[in-house]
Design a protein around this ligand. Sequence first.
Ligand SMILES: Cc1cc2nc3c(=O)[nH]c(=O)nc-3n(C[C@H](O)[C@H](O)[C@H](O)COP(=O)(O)OP(=O)(O)OC[C@H]3O[C@@H](n4cnc5c(N)ncnc54)[C@H](O)[C@@H]3O)c2cc1C
Ligand code: FES
Length: 284
Amino acid sequence: MPAPPSDARAHLGRVLGVETCGADGAILTVRTISELAPIRASRFFMLGRTDGVSPLIPRPFSIYRQRGRDLDFLIKITGRGTRALAGAASGTEIRLTGPLGNGWPTLEADGAPWVFLAGGVGSAPFYLAIEQALAGMDGRGPVPRKHISFLFGAAQADHLYDLEALGDLGVSIHTATDDGSSGFHGTVLGLLDRLQGEGTIAQSIRICACGPEPMLRAVEELARARDVEAYLSLETLMGCGVGICNGCPVPTRPEGPLGEWPNAKCCVEGPVFAADAITLAGVE
Ligand SMILES: Cc1cc2nc3c(=O)[nH]c(=O)nc-3n(C[C@H](O)[C@H](O)[C@H](O)COP(=O)(O)OP(=O)(O)OC[C@H]3O[C@@H](n4cnc5c(N)ncnc54)[C@H](O)[C@@H]3O)c2cc1C
Ligand code: FES
């Protein structure tokens, strides 16, 4: 059975600062006591305050940025756990368990261009992904800037978190909003269709996607219909984050690489899955 990653540890750190980000988000910076090795994009930590303000069950968050001992987390405030973290004063002690999960596959330069699709706070695993792809991952060559497109969709413009910093990474960024307040009026997949139709993005692409489940379901369907290599980073509810509680099942495709079991555990086998390994859209 899959086990938690061997490099995962319980770390302690202190809040260095919390910066408001968009209408309902925050960037939490935590300085850990010990320095962590470079963390692969789309791996995550279970986070909670140690002063009793956070719920008993810590909450999972993707690593957003890493600068030495300073770890940034992009947090959309949705409930008690996220409010406790976003409301933490400088100096508040945080327990971080991780890094957990697998992270994105090697983002290789060879092959079709990469299209990164983010929905709302699903942008969190992409800042590092872009940095790491541009630097070269796992000993492979750097992905040329022109072979990365970042398509960022949200309900409205002020949910396009940290857009300026993402823009500074120098890859091509296109936005879409449900209300038309920024960029394309519609979904990221509508935007992808438009950009492919006008030739801005090639027909043959590889996709990494993170966002709300309906969006990921649509990406899974697109990948299957058009035979596109695609990876989905899921934000399933989690209890333990380390494979013990069975609280994060993801239905597998019987004919796929994980099909020996009806469900995979998102925390230890994900959160990134190849679209042909799981099914959010249901098995036909
Ligand atoms: C791998 C991963 C990465 C993520 N990365 C990010 C990120 O970078 N940024 C971000 O903003 N969000 C991220 N999320 C989502 C984030 O974890 C949730 O938004 C957060 O847990 C919400 O917590 P809350 O207490 O504020 O919200 P609440 O709405 O209070 O909690 C969520 C709801 O689920 C319930 N619940 C919570 N945990 C459980 C459980 N284990 N079993 C049953 N019910 C439960 C709560 O009681 C509540 O009803 C990620 C999720 C995953 C799995
Ligand atoms: S969150 Fe407990 S098994 Fe995955």
